[in-house]
Design a protein around this ligand. Sequence first.
Ligand code: XCC
Ligand code: SF4
Length: 641
Amino acid sequence: MNEVKALNNDHRSVDPAAVEMLRIADREGYSNIWERYEKQQPQCAYGQLGTCCRICSMGPCRIDPFGDGPTHGVCGATADTIVARNLARMAAVGSSSHSDHGRKVAQLLRAVANGSNTDYRITDADKLMAVAARLDIPTTGRQQLEIAADVAKVAIDCFGNQDEEPLVFLEKYMPAKRFARLKALEESLYQTTGAKTGFLPRGIDREAVDILHRTHFGCDHDPLSLVAQSVRCSLSDGWGGSLIATELQDILLGTPTIKSVKANLGVLEEESVNVVVHGHEPILSAKIAEMAQSAENRQAAEAVGAKRVNVVGLCCTGNEVLLRQGVGMAGNESHSELAIMTGAVDAMVVDVQCIYPAIADLASCFHTKFITTSEQAKIPGSLHIQFDEHHADAIASRIIKTAIDAFPNRNKGRVYIPKHTATAVVGFTVEEILKALGGTPQPLIDLIVNGTIKGVAGIVGCNNVKVQQDHFHRVLTTELLKRDILVIGTGCWAVAAAKAGLMDLSAQELAGPGLKAVCRQLGIPPVLHMGSCVDCSRMLNLAGAIADHLKVDISDLPLVGSAPEWTTEKAVAIGAYFVGSGIPVHLWPLPPILGGPEVTRILTQDAKEVLGGWFFVEEDPVAAADQMERIVMERRSALGI
Ligand code: XCC
Ligand code: SF4
């Protein structure tokens, strides 16, 4: 704790590498998220409370939550309707982003299976068999590619399913008790209200389109109905789109294994061609990391006087290549501009999601090539090299060649790489966790039952300029460890934890006595990196495996979630599918719902009874840890342990 507090020497970040780079930004006048955030002050209070609506052209309308102005929009919509509609649209966008990522992976698996794509292959046959078994696809005596084609078909059908049955992936993966509870909830709401309210998603695309339809002018104005559909759509992400992305990426690219890596800007190398991969879809970034090793590209790098091509990651595509290929991790979301400011990045290659458009301008102050690759994420001022998975090797090589060509233009006098890196032991997939436990969740369950570990907290999410970068992530994580709560997680939280040394084996010392002993015995850190944002599905799977093993619902288990520096609509979807799966979720900063008292009540109180998961908001990391511990202890006593 003292160590964490001592770093608070700058209001913008607790990361010493960021603090160093921000001094340079101030000195050189480089624009950045912090400076632009300050220029945005004061931000719109209606927007913060969620009470502005601009979905039709009679608006925009806004409701003053203190009753000092109009209480209804022109059409008569209340604050709660407006808040619920806005929230539903956030959930739809977030779910669609994850799920559309999953769709591409499913299409690639189909192409590999039918032989039309030869740039990729089945890398993890065991995982293919495990997924097929889970989906009840026959495997004995069948060719690997036939099985892969069936898996791809089931996945693709989940997107376009047009009947009323729940998603096959969800049905096969969700623990039986949770599935039954959601089904029973639908039935009881039908009995009591006479209206259909669905929680079990039917088609992945359909649930998002449903939200676009029901939030069109003059449709659903009922806060409960809108919140229910937000949860249903989000469940189609967690147990559908994201799960498909994770499982099928493992088949194609390999299931991550435990490995030791380096994290923070110090992974950039002064003497090498540095290629930063940023975004979310590892289909491209994994290829770049692979092709950087080719003899041809190695020679080309040497020919311009570089030691090698050093591929490093940012954000979630970084997490993907970190976990599978062990590349260095340059940072989380708020580090993306700071990486460019080192002057040592020869190319930043991005795919989709969480990419600041400001990077184009910033990169133009340096020799850095800012390369966009997706037709879904074009950014003015970038160099666009269109990715096509059917020519992946050639395109990845071309991107690396572009970086190599930029290297000689580097202005050596402007290069400054902060020396900070931390060692992180990462790659804790469900498979690796079970392997470490000897093949079943029973040892973990025993440790929880006998109180050695009180419970498990899953932390996700981004950086948010409204929170001192990484501060909430670090303090909350450290506080939970002290209380013998095992911390697992993904995304930019995981990068924050890695940079802070919390995934180093030495972090065992920060844990309470029970957790410390377990981690020492297993040789693992007390904070487990489970992957990228779509890999939150791994957390669902772990929770599901424990629930099924004990024949209970996820909502009975001493599990709790948090998104302490959340930023994106994807985080809304993740939070909502955790809640829909029976896990209470802490949030900070404030979600834009507080202008709707009924929506706030549904999400923070009613959901507890109905779903067994709910949201709560807390600004202080220590108080948030207190509350999370309280929830864990309540659940333990309800279980009689
Ligand atoms: Fe984006 Fe996934 Fe958030 Fe980071 S954590 S800012 S969503 S990169 Ni998911
Ligand atoms: Fe205003 Fe209603 Fe139109 Fe929204 S839908 S902008 S509240 S009139």
